[in-house]
Design a binder for this molecule. Structure first.
Ligand SMILES: [Cu+2]
Length: 539
């Protein structure tokens, strides 16, 4: 539409809205009818909204979402919405483009000349230079994006992930993503013409739900994405149920601490293992992760973990809560709001089917306020540990004083004991996550799983201008120590093993996942180094 015609139409529409006298120009009839129609839709929508406000919609676990005849309707609605959004990917109509699949992925991140993360060509060159040439094929079909207008310039590539050591550097990981999903869900509802549609969540914190849900693995489905680990798409591999256990993290009452642990832990782990690896498209590479439909079910579960924390500890507060973010709404208009508007999901019209019983065991019941006692170093190895091969074991000597602390720990458990891996660096992406185990030196086979270190957001061409990687991982090992009983041992053995992060599907019943060294593509050139390993009581 040329500018003259546009202002003419605007004038006529305005007249249609506000003029008390009838318009005589025949040309005015069309816009007037449009306006009336729009008003009608508005009314219907607000009536619907009022109804929904009384009873917030429920975001369900995927296995319940698809259950029974109603479930098939919900699934059809979700598929219809995504198909509709994808059909708008190349729309030149700004309003429709803002409701497209590509646009919403771009809000999370994108490649292009104007992107802070660089171009597709730059990322491909980065992969080739870093031993990841075999993964270049995953970038087939991914093209540079250009923000067409100011709304896109404001909203694209705005996702909040912490870029450094301190959680304070990105205190709005949870809330940015909650806003993102909120508006995304509104667009889904518009696209499916179904105001009851709510995002399902991938319930992988339940050990029975570690596979990518079947609906997302059906190759003919709009929910399918071929840019995932092939084994996970084939359904032969699944997430490691030990890496998705958030029980100890749920005990953290400090909000920013909890957010940081979830983000760097389970959130990054799921990204890198669905991967196909980090930093590779889609899920493993921040700038393009939002292109995979499973992204939104993953983040719905992360948002639920935020709700789990809120249900236990109340709404968090802090100076970060005035931070504002902008998103397009379902009509394509940009809306800006502070994150404090998004603390209570019932006010947003949704709740989770489970946000009060989030742990596998009843550990939450023990989450009493921790006594502030000075942290005690139980044992420490300060010589840097280099991962020149995919596996390394380190002995941590335990002296009599250490035994005393461990015995006292077992007796009264005043506070948790942690395994702290400090100053973890790598020059290149390792291509594998690291699984950490602890055992008695005298009985290495009876080892206990400690946790997983993933590299989401740590590598990729966009990371060039960021500070060098240096992270510290801290795992609560109180339960593992209780199981092992180290209080008479000369030393503990900590093993660090490169892993795909996935386990065979049939291992569901096995308590200790077997390592998958054979299938790991560990980049030995990555120069992974761990500055020190410490067993520490308290923090
Ligand atoms: Cu994410």
């Amino acid at each position: 539409m040329n500018p003259k015609l546009r202002s003419m139409t605007f004038f006529l529409v305005t007249m249609g809205l506000f003029a008390a006298f009838p318009l005589c120009a025949a040309a005015a009839d069309a816009p007037k009818a449009e306006t009336a129609k729009a008003a009608k839709v508005e009314t219907a929508e607000s009536a619907e909204a009022a109804k929904l406000q009384l009873a917030p919609g429920v975001r369900m676990k995927l296995e319940a979402f698809v259950q029974g005849p109603d479930g098939q309707k919900r699934l059809a609605s979700l598929q219809k919405a995504i198909a509709k959004m994808k059909s708008l990917d190349k729309s030149t109509n700004p309003q429709d483009f803002r409701r497209s699949w590509a646009y919403w992925a771009n809000i999370h991140g994108y490649y292009g000349a104007q992107s802070p993360d660089g171009t597709v060509a730059e990322q491909i060159a980065y992969l080739k230079q870093n031993g990841f040439a075999s993964y270049v094929k995953y970038y087939q079909g991914i093209v540079d994006q250009t923000p067409p207008d100011q709304v896109a310039k404001t909203t694209w590539a705005t996702c909040e992930h912490s870029g450094g050591q301190q959680s304070q550097q990105a205190p709005n990981f949870f809330l940015w993503h909650r806003m993102y999903l909120y508006h995304f869900e509104k667009v889904l509802q518009w696209a499916a013409q179904d105001p009851t549609l709510r995002l399902p969540y991938w319930n992988y914190t339940d050990p029975a739900q570690e596979r990518v849900p079947a609906e997302f693995r059906a190759t003919s489905s709009v929910l399918y994405d071929d840019k995932r680990n092939p084994d996970i798409n084939a359904g032969t591999k699944q997430l490691n149920p030990q890496s998705t256990n958030i029980d100890t993290v749920l005990k953290i009452s400090n909000y920013l601490d909890y957010e940081f642990k979830i983000e760097r832990g389970i959130h990054g782990y799921v990204h890198c293992t669905v991967g196909p690896t980090c930093p590779v498209a889609h899920m493993g590479d921040v700038p393009v992760a939002g292109n995979d439909p499973v992204f939104y079910t993953h983040h719905a579960n992360i948002d639920r973990m935020f709700s789990c924390w809120e249900a236990k500890y109340g709404f968090p507060s802090g100076s970060w809560s005035t931070q504002q973010y902008s998103f397009p709404d379902q009509n394509g208009n940009m809306v800006t709001a502070p994150v404090s508007d998004f603390l209570d999901t019932t006010k947003l019209g949704y709740v989770y089917d489970n946000s009060t019983n989030c742990s596998r065991t009843k550990l939450l019941a023990q989450a009493t306020a921790q006594v502030a006692v000075k942290p005690v170093s139980v044992a420490k190895v300060t010589k840097p540990i280099e991962l020149k091969t995919s596996k390394v074991s380190v002995d941590i000597p335990l002296n009599p004083a250490a035994h005393d602390v461990l015995r006292a720990q077992n007796a009264t458990a005043p506070q948790a004991t942690y395994l702290v891996l400090a100053d973890i660096t790598a020059k290149k992406p390792p291509g594998a996550v690291l699984d950490v185990y602890i055992a008695k030196k005298s009985d290495p086979n009876a080892r206990q799983f400690v946790g997983t270190i993933a590299w989401f957001h740590d590598f990729g061409v966009g990371q060039h201008h960021k500070a060098p990687l240096d992270k510290t991982e801290e795992f609560d090992i109180s339960a593992q120590l209780a199981a092992l009983g180290l209080d008479n041992e000369e030393s503990a053995t900590v093993s660090i093993e490169a892993s795909s992060g996935l386990v065979p599907v049939e291992s569901n019943t096995s308590p200790v996942a077997k390592p998958l060294a054979a299938e790991v593509t560990f980049n030995a050139e990555a120069g992974v180094s761990i500055g020190s390993i410490e067993i520490r009581q308290g923090k």
